[in-house]
Design a protein around this ligand. Structure first.
Ligand SMILES: NC(=O)c1ccc[n+]([C@@H]2O[C@H](COP(=O)([O-])OP(=O)(O)OC[C@H]3O[C@@H](n4cnc5c(N)ncnc54)[C@H](O)[C@@H]3O)[C@@H](O)[C@H]2O)c1
Length: 311
């Protein structure tokens, strides 16, 4: 029996359902624990909707619910689990309550991985008497498609369990990165926040429409960022001299743009502006069409990455 053959999903909303679909597609036995009344039908319909993408990405058991169980009692749901992915709402007291309920029922050596986007590991650890099994494992929506998982443990975490979780995520196609210390929003959400902040600033200042701002990312730097990160791309942009050459030519202008970046607040007026601007885009393209485009292109891109990496 491998450490992660029997997985329990605590909380199966947007993120937990997507994790569950991936774990099932990889052949694991999955127990879903979520008090929502319609959880079984929602979960089954999600597995169905994710089947085509997961099949395209080569998962043998995509769409199968043969190894799926439901148990809305967290204490019994975790009893046989060898790996637990917690994705309940982002509220510290709720997570603490759940950790207190499950701790006496955990099997020795079980990992409890939290999907939290913004809560910090040290705060979450206060929900345990012995926090060694708890690791931070932050995915990107939808986790059954997006490879990134941000991992973190600290001095109170079992390094053995952290390492085994890392190997597990890698074995199901995830790209893991490690946070060396805790910080609100971890790494990738901070990077998203930086870009979103400036795009809102440009919109508010009337520099461009929201549609054109999104196009500027999707057809420009965003395309490149998906191939390599921004620092490496600038290294390539510096030609033979690499990042040193890039800085020699462009550090001064970049510094002046950095100094000029905006700092808008997400107040109600700004949110209204975003809603109205997005409604204009929706007049041309429905959200369903956008979702379809996103998932189709994501799968095709990931297939190309898989093909390149197995050459
Ligand atoms: N939505 C995202 O884009 C995203 C991305 C990465 C990480 N996260 C993180 O994942 C976690 C879940 O977010 P979400 O967007 O899936 O939330 P969600 O509201 O869609 O789902 C939460 C689910 O947890 C269930 N639940 C509530 N209390 C529970 C309990 N005590 N035991 C078991 N289930 C319980 C709810 O019924 C619901 O189905 C949060 O910590 C969030 O920060 C979210």
């Amino acid at each position: 029996m491998m450490i992660n053959d029997r997985i329990t999903i605590l909380g199966a909303g947007t993120i937990g359902m997507s994790w569950a679909a991936l774990f099932l597609a990889s052949g694991r036995q999955v127990t879903v624990c979520d008090p929502a009344a319609d959880i079984e039908s929602k979960m089954l319909s999600f597995i169905d909707s994710a089947k085509a993408s997961l099949t395209a990405l080569g998962w043998e058991h995509a769409g199968s619910s043969a190894r799926l169980k439901f148990d809305c009692n967290p204490e019994s749901a975790v009893r046989d689990a060898l790996f637990i992915q917690e994705s309940i709402p982002e509220r510290l007291e709720l997570k603490h309550q759940l950790y207190q309920a499950i701790e006496p029922h955990l099997t020795e050596g079980t990992v409890v991985a939290t999907s939290t986007s913004g809560l910090q590991l040290s705060q979450l650890q206060l929900g345990f008497n012995n926090p060694t099994p708890l690791i931070l494992a932050h995915p990107f929506n939808p986790p059954h498609l997006i490879p990134l998982v941000e991992l973190m443990g600290n001095a109170n975490t079992s390094q053995t369990l952290l390492k085994s979780a890392e190997l597990f995520y890698q074995s199901i196609g995830k790209q893991t990165i490690r946070l060396q210390r805790e910080i609100p929003g971890h790494i990738a959400n901070r990077l998203q926040a930086a870009l979103w902040r400036e795009s809102i600033h440009l919109l508010k200042e009337g520099v461009a429409s929201l549609e054109d701002i999104d196009k500027a990312v999707a057809y420009g730097p965003g395309l490149r960022w998906a191939t390599l990160g921004p620092n490496t791309l600038f290294h390539l942009g510096g030609g033979e001299a690499g990042i040193a050459g890039f800085c020699q030519h462009l550090a001064a202008p970049f510094q002046s743009w950095m100094d000029d970046l905006g700092a808008p607040n997400l107040d109600s007026e700004t949110i209204q502006l975003l809603i109205q601007s997005m409604a204009k885009i929706n007049q041309k393209t429905s959200s369903d069409e956008m979702r379809q485009r996103r998932d189709q292109l994501l799968v095709e891109f990931l297939q190309s990455v898989q093909a390149l990496e197995t050459q």
